[in-house]
Design a binder for this molecule. Structure first.
Ligand SMILES: NC(=O)c1ccc[n+]([C@@H]2O[C@H](COP(=O)([O-])OP(=O)(O)OC[C@H]3O[C@@H](n4cnc5c(N)ncnc54)[C@H](O)[C@@H]3O)[C@@H](O)[C@H]2O)c1
Length: 432
């Protein structure tokens, strides 16, 4: 199949490279010319494990190309829209301007029967809008507009794309069903469930999935606070409830509150859609509110572990990205926590293996080149992101480098007994 992917970001680039790896002929398009130029030189615009090699292989074998324009749309069997849908400033609705612009581009160039697939996360009814834009510009165009939301996770994006729990496809046109089935045919081998449904249902499945996961995290975070107050251990509570198959063990890790490129904006957008439709989702509204307050409260929690006063203190921060194995800083808890620590008078020195964008986003921070540089001379260390390399620190060395041996572990990667035995003052989430 000939595929065009409009938008070559975390989703578009991974999806495009994986479709090429499935054997399709893929052109990844982006209006960011510098990104396309770098990709043509083999330089990845993002950090995603395994991506560089996957892209290189498919470029070498002639199945994957990059373009700054949509010329390849004319010959495509399927054109995917994988552009950003950030929160619209001021009201929390999804900003659909990039999706609409992509639909205009498609309308101008499409030839012959073409399946137009919205992979971006979009509010219910957006497929109708995409179709209306194309029909208005080209009433005779033979297009079927399909919803195919993406569920990959940054950090394990390739594995998630190639071995997903399910593929969701919303459509009515039987010809489009044939094209979508052919595109994902390699997944038949591992018997991936294909959920064919109508377009609106498909659009809503994506938001409902993200909202549910965001609520699950928020739930365990609130339980963690309760554990601290009553003297219980949230990790054992999580294990105890997670073994119940109706609950499941995943997304029950208490922490500083969820961030990232999806949950914050998608929960807000879903709550807005629901309120506008007169069917408010109060659980989701509450989760967004509780989570925002949680991220804001973390600096106070850190200050409390240091006796309440951060004036003149040096805090070493380990991890800045919203989660490990990505360079993505969007809505990262660190962006709330670090400025608040500074406002309380602390000096922050920080290390993240891939979160280079933090240098543009966080003013007044001393960015250092490794974890031991971040802890050197610190009055406390705060673990904000659980990169693997922070799980295996030489703790004796850490202790010897610090001014005072205080560790605030917002990801519960160390064991309280062990940290105390090693002589640290140790605070974590939801554990005595
Ligand atoms: N990042 C994730 O983990 C993830 C997971 C599942 C779904 N999604 C959804 O996928 C969509 C894309 O997310 P992302 O993280 O890949 O975004 P991103 O910001 O990394 O990438 C979007 C890309 O689209 C390009 N673009 C915008 N308008 C364009 C146009 N008209 N023509 C060509 N290129 C254009 C931008 O230059 C950018 O490179 C969003 O709707 C998001 O909610 C993201």
């Amino acid at each position: 199949m000939r595929v065009v992917m409009i938008g070559t970001g975390y989703v578009g680039l991974v999806s495009g490279a994986c479709f090429a790896d499935f054997g399709h002929d893929v052109t990844c398009v982006d209006k960011d010319e510098a990104k396309i130029a770098r990709l043509r030189e083999g330089v990845m615009p993002i950090y995603e494990p395994g991506l560089q090699a996957l892209v290189a292989r498919n470029v070498d074998e002639g199945r994957l190309t990059f373009s700054g324009d949509g010329a390849a749309i004319a010959a495509a069997d399927a054109v995917f829209i994988a552009v950003g849908t950030p929160s619209r400033r001021g009201d929390g609705h999804a900003d659909l301007s990039y999706v609409h612009a992509a639909a205009e581009d498609i309308a101008a160039l499409v030839e012959g029967f073409t399946v137009v697939v919205t992979k971006s996360t979009v509010p219910v009814g957006t497929g109708d809008e995409v179709e209306a834009i194309i029909r208005r510009a080209r009433p005779q165009a033979d297009v079927a507009v399909v919803s195919n939301p993406e569920f990959l996770r940054e950090g394990s994006a390739i594995e998630d794309f190639k071995r997903p729990d399910r593929v969701v496809v919303g459509l009515t046109d039987p010809r489009a069903r044939g094209v979508m089935a052919e595109l994902y045919r390699p997944l038949n081998l591992n018997e991936t469930p294909m959920v064919f449904t109508d377009r609106r249902t498909s659009e809503l499945i994506k938001y409902a999935a993200n909202a549910f996961l965001a609520m699950k995290i928020t739930f365990i975070n609130e339980v963690a606070d309760l554990c601290e107050t009553v003297g219980a251990d949230v990790q054992q509570v999580a294990r105890g409830i997670g073994l119940d198959k109706r609950i499941g063990p995943k997304f029950l890790h208490a922490g500083p509150g969820y961030g990232g490129s999806c949950f914050p904006k998608d929960t807000l957008a879903l709550a807005r859609t629901a309120a506008d439709a007169g069917a408010p989702l109060e659980l989701v509204e509450t989760a967004t509110r509780v989570n925002a307050a949680r991220k804001q409260a973390m600096a106070g929690r850190i200050a409390a572990a240091l006796g309440g006063d951060l004036a003149g203190k040096t805090i070493g921060v380990l991890g800045l990205t919203f989660k490990p194995n990505t360079d993505d800083m969007r809505e990262a808890p660190a962006l709330e926590i670090v400025p608040r620590l500074q406002a309380l008078g602390a000096r922050v020195q920080a290390f993240d293996p891939e979160g280079h964008e933090a240098r543009q986003l966080l003013a007044g921070v001393a960015f250092v080149e490794g974890p031991y540089e971040a802890v050197a001379g610190a009055d406390a260390v705060v673990i904000i992101t659980e990169w693997d390399q922070f799980r295996a620190l030489d703790l004796a060395r850490v202790k010897s480098l610090m001014r005072a041996p205080v560790v605030i572990d917002l990801r519960n990667i160390y064991r309280p007994e062990e940290m105390r035995r090693l002589g640290f003052t140790y605070a974590s989430i939801g554990r005595a």
